[in-house]
Design a protein around this ligand. Structure first.
Ligand code: 6GU
Length: 250
């Protein structure tokens, strides 16, 4: 059977895109079992309060521990007997969510996500959860979102497309930009389709040549140029031996 994903949020509607496209189809096929929960279901006051002012002062509000604690208890109880999820806590203070982390998480049978609003969740929630299940705090990039929900959409989509049978063609993620292995640290180059001429612009001749060796070499040159222009930090990690191997393969 497929992967189970639980998401607890004060804005369950924010997760509605998980009904459509690739993730929605994976759910319809039974490859992915997604459960979205409203954090406020585990509040007990008339205002359904989820936040309070920070101890020690400072701006903004902090998410109270009690509703999160009860929510995680309920998520654990709802899953398979004796199993625990890997808890993914979206936060700009987390470790970078990379293709490598996406692959690692795609290998787990059960993930739970806790997207927060405000200044984040009371630290004790993450500490206590870590005594009961694996916890990964993850950031999707060096910018600050208003909440973790969009980061969950990003992470779930990146993970779902790696699950067995979700992409039509198993080959289609082998050469992805950032995929560990053959094309690591190299961005993908430009792509073209019909018509051969559009608004006076033609497709590069080499792609119409039928010379597969020449095409492979051209594609690699394009990938080098793009990586150099857009991601000099990746170029600094290039090891010449890796590219020599690719040249022999081409
Ligand atoms: Cl996971 N959450 C928020 N709020 N901001 C972010 C982020 C996550 N990753 C990058 N920025």
């Amino acid at each position: 059977h497929g992967m189970r994903i639980d998401v607890v949020s004060i804005f369950p509607e924010y997760l509605e895109p998980l009904d459509i496209s690739l993730v929605g189809k994976a759910r319809a096929r039974g490859q992915l079992d997604v459960h979205v929960h409203d954090l406020r279901d585990w509040t007990h006051d008339v205002h359904r309060t989820v936040d309070d002012s920070p101890y020690g002062g400072g701006p903004g509000m902090v998410m109270k521990p009690e509703p999160w604690g009860e929510a995680l208890d309920a998520v654990l109880a709802a899953g398979p007997e004796g199993e625990v999820p890997t808890l993914v806590v979206p936060t700009p203070s987390g470790r970078p969510f990379t293709q490598e982390l996406a692959q690692e998480l795609a290998g787990r049978p059960w993930l739970a996500f806790t997207p927060a609003r405000y200044e984040g969740i009371d630290r004790r929630v993450i500490e206590e959860a870590a005594t009961r299940m694996p916890v990964v705090e993850a950031s999707i990039g060096d910018y600050v979102l208003a909440g973790g929900e969009v980061a969950v959409l990003v992470m779930v989509e990146a993970i779902a497309r790696l699950l067995p049978g979700v992409l039509g063609n198993a080959e289609s993620h082998r050469d992805d930009s950032f995929a560990p292995g053959a094309m690591a640290d190299l961005l993908e180059g430009p792509v073209y389709t019909k018509p051969a001429e559009w608004r006076g612009r033609t497709v590069p001749d080499v792609l119409l040549s039928g010379n597969h060796g020449k095409i492979a070499r051209w594609r690699r040159e394009q990938a080098f140029a793009r990586t150099l222009a857009n991601r000099p930090d990746l170029v600094a990690r290039w090891r010449h031996a890796d590219f020599d191997k690719k040249d022999r393969a081409a």
